[in-house]
Ligand binder design. Structure first.
Ligand SMILES: NC(=O)C1=CN([C@@H]2O[C@H](COP(=O)(O)OP(=O)(O)OC[C@H]3O[C@@H](n4cnc5c(N)ncnc54)[C@H](OP(=O)(O)O)[C@@H]3O)[C@@H](O)[C@H]2O)C=CC1
Ligand SMILES: CC(=O)[C@@H](O)[C@H](O)COP(=O)(O)O
Ligand SMILES: [Mn+2]
Length: 380
């Protein structure tokens, strides 16, 4: 029985992880969960899965739930609660399905406690990839990708030697505005931006997909997960999200992973790896019904965030931290109606241009830059 601790249980990845656990309850059990403020859903999840440790955002909610569920379950809150859930002694695998760089400290705590990490929280790798990868190596902990593109690459690689890889080809749907010109983006609404053509996801990643920042974050995520230079990581627009990504090998053979857009596939694979469990009752890919798949080149002037991400990744040091923190705040401000869609890019560009890079930053330096940029971008 694999014992799972889940960060971000009430979100899109979190709820689908619980679907996977419930569908395979002879193999998986949930021992700890953490969420934020969605207490109504957390209550249902606790009742259904009976974890032994729970963390929520506020002490008030922790107290209410403790009163309802009694002493059998321990209730914590805030950043410390997240860390305790991530490194819970009874868990052997931690699923990081929380949004944003707030996932960094809990992920590091889980690695230090030698949990296998099923990693969905890409912002953690973007903001501090060198620290996370180094910690995983030192503690001999596996980082198993959950993100669909990285799971596809992981499956395509299937243990192939690093030397055999010519390049990774990460596919991008183009997001909510894939068929609009830049001119048509001036007056788009939050509601329109939140309508992804292929995937149902949390708000932040859906906006990232529309700006193409999601793909930029994924390029940096791939650099750290697969240990490749940026010159070996390409992005290809593929509007159907059927090919989840590909690997080209040095002999020009290309291996792709395909499937219907369903995150429960990569989530389940991250939990069953190196085995595969059956999902025979689920929808199967019907290429004849789809008929055609489309591909086009990435256009860095149409998608400015793509260029920001490659530039920040190549610059290294604290630049990816700036990219991520500025983006998190800019997206939150767009969602609140404080910025227009195109202003997201302007805000990120200003933060990157104003920053003096620090190379090979420590965790403390990353945390300081993250805070500084958040303050700066919340008013700029
Ligand atoms: N959704 C998807 O299909 C994919 C997502 N990812 C990545 O997975 C991660 C999660 O995405 P997604 O599931 O869409 O996000 P959601 O917004 O749907 O869910 C986020 C989860 O994190 C919790 N959370 C957020 N902030 C805090 C905090 N400070 N303390 C405690 N809990 C917190 C939320 O709790 P609450 O709601 O209770 O406040 C919620 O459970 C992101 O990094 C994303 O990039 C990667 C690939 C695909
Ligand atoms: C499901 C998933 O992994 C998302 O990251 C998805 O890839 C978003 O799609 P695009 O960023 O390609 O629109
Ligand atoms: Mn993805």
């Amino acid at each position: 029985m694999k014992k799972i601790s889940l960060l971000g249980s009430t979100g899109s990845i979190g709820t689908q992880t619980l679907d996977v656990i419930a569908a395979n309850n002879e193999s998986f059990t949930l021992v700890a969960l953490a969420c934020g403020t969605n207490i109504e859903l957390a209550r249902k999840q606790i009742a259904a899965f009976q974890p032994k440790l729970v963390s929520v955002a506020t002490p008030e909610d922790a107290k209410i739930l403790a009163g309802e569920f009694g002493p059998e379950i321990e209730f914590l809150h805030g950043g410390e609660g997240l860390v305790e859930v991530a490194r819970y002694s009874e868990a052997d695998t931690t699923v990081t399905a929380i949004t944003g760089s707030v996932g960094l400290l809990p992920t590091l705590a889980a690695i230090e406690a030698k949990k296998t990490i099923a990693i969905a929280n890409k912002e953690t790798l973007v903001t501090a990839g060198h620290i996370v990868v180094e910690a995983a190596k030192k503690n001999r902990v596996a980082l198993i990708p959950v993100d669909s593109e990285h799971s596809a690459i992981f499956q395509a690689l299937n243990g192939e030697s690093h030397r055999a890889i010519e390049r990774l080809i990460i596919t991008a749907s183009g997001g909510s505005f894939r068929d609009r010109s830049r001119d048509e983006l001036k007056h788009v609404t939050v509601e329109q931006a939140l309508s992804h053509p292929n995937w149902s996801m949390g708000a932040k990643i859906t906006i990232d997909s529309a700006t193409m920042m999601n793909k930029g974050l994924e390029v940096i995520e791939a650099k750290w997960l697969f240990g490749l230079d940026y010159d070996k990581i390409d992005v290809l627009i593929h509007k159907e999200s059927i090919i989840h990504s590909m690997v080209e090998f040095v002999d020009r053979s290309v291996i792709a992973q395909l499937g219907t857009p369903d995150m429960r596939v990569p989530i389940q694979y991250a939990l069953t790896y190196p085995e595969r469990f059956s999902r025979l009752d689920e929808e199967r890919l019907d290429l004849a019904a789809i008929g055609k798949l489309h591909f086009s080149e990435m256009d860095m002037s149409r998608y400015r965030c793509m260029k920001f991400a490659y530039d920040a990744g190549r610059a290294g040091g604290t630049m990816p931290t700036v990219l991520n923190a500025a983006n998190e705040v800019a997206v939150a401000r767009f969602l609140k109606g404080e910025l227009t869609f195109l202003e997201i890019e302007d805000v990120i560009e200003r933060a990157l241009q104003a920053h003096t890079i620090q190379s090979n930053p420590t965790l403390e330096q990353i945390q300081a830059v993250d805070q500084e940029i958040r303050q700066q971008v919340s008013v700029s």
